[in-house]
Design a protein around this ligand. Sequence first.
Ligand SMILES: NC(=O)C1=CN([C@@H]2O[C@H](COP(=O)(O)OP(=O)(O)OC[C@H]3O[C@@H](n4cnc5c(N)ncnc54)[C@H](O)[C@@H]3O)[C@@H](O)[C@H]2O)C=CC1
Ligand SMILES: O=C(CO)COP(=O)(O)O
Length: 355
Amino acid sequence: MSEKNTPQENGVAGPVHDVTVLGGGSFGTAMAKVLGENGHRVHFWMRSDAQAEEIRTTRINSRYMPGIELTGDIQPTNDLADAVSKAEIVFVAIPSKAFRAVIRENADKFRDEQIVVSLTKGIEEHGFKLMSEILQEEISRCRIGVLSGPNLAAEIVNRDLTATVIAAKDPDVRRAVQDLLGCEYFRVYANVDIYGVELAGALKNIYAIVAGLASALEMGENAKAMLITRGLAEMSRFAVSLGANPMTFMGLAGVGDLIVTCTSSKSRNFRVGYAVGQGQNLDDAVAELGQVAEGIYTLKLVKEKAEAIGIYMPLVRGLYEILYGNASIKAVINSLMMSVQNSDVEFILPRTITQ
Ligand SMILES: NC(=O)C1=CN([C@@H]2O[C@H](COP(=O)(O)OP(=O)(O)OC[C@H]3O[C@@H](n4cnc5c(N)ncnc54)[C@H](O)[C@@H]3O)[C@@H](O)[C@H]2O)C=CC1
Ligand SMILES: O=C(CO)COP(=O)(O)O
């Protein structure tokens, strides 16, 4: 750590920290940019040496953030051991499908008590594990946190006003992340409900796909409000039944992230839904996107889990039938609108509230 001797671009002052970001995609790049502009030394790891070299020489990640200049002391590398060993805090922005493999392969590189924060919004395929649970299993000697919220990378890199949530049990972890990332356009709130914050980030991707579909079909603004609100009801019902705090879903990581991804074509999940709504098949839509849309995997896992624990999730079931069951969109909408199940009460209170 060293004292800063130059005014920082983002209106913050304080000691310079060594911070590592794992994952050279859209969100890793956005977080590296905030940290770099906040004056920190950022060890930015990506698996592709060519990509690291491009960023080193041009200061631009042309595949994931074309035209966005990465200023500040950002040091791209494909040497993960070196990047992790130098860091006081490690942020992980690796898609959920590869998350455990990357952490497990490199578990011995992390230090005792090192802070490791997941930025990933997904669920592991076998065992329904969230990323913080994977970190707990693979590197339990580290201090773990989760960052989630309405955080479109494409807006953060333009310095558009944004708020996020750091969830961690350890107050020092929460404070460290607030200090590192907070600046005049990026505000960091704290929460202790790691499971709720993390699950909300994964679940909202499903409803973003639904909203993209609805938008392509020009269903209108009333339909949008219905989908977002009923999506919130069903995702909170599911999460609370698994132990999340219902209040988390009233906050930025819950309804906040749900709103942004269900209303913005900058969301990749929304875009996949939009393409399917326009008649494209799912595989082509994902291939054309060229980036991760976690919701298409999360959907399968949540449908299975909801059935296993008996939670009513009609939007999840309907989207699953469209994407994986070859059901016609029209038939699914019709069955959702005409369903008599539970339409007599708007709220089905979670057991934890009624007991
Ligand atoms: N882009 C956004 O606006 C936000 C994304 N997130 C979450 O962050 C996570 C990462 O998303 P993005 O960066 O946006 O995805 P992306 O599709 O833009 O980039 C994914 C990155 O992961 C890398 N990657 C894939 N497999 C890998 C492996 N086996 N080893 C090392 N690197 C690997 C790719 O090379 C690429 O650099 C996702 O869970 C996403 O939901 C969270 C908040 C906002
Ligand atoms: O999580 C996000 C914004 O908060 C990004 O959503 P997408 O992955 O759908 O782009």
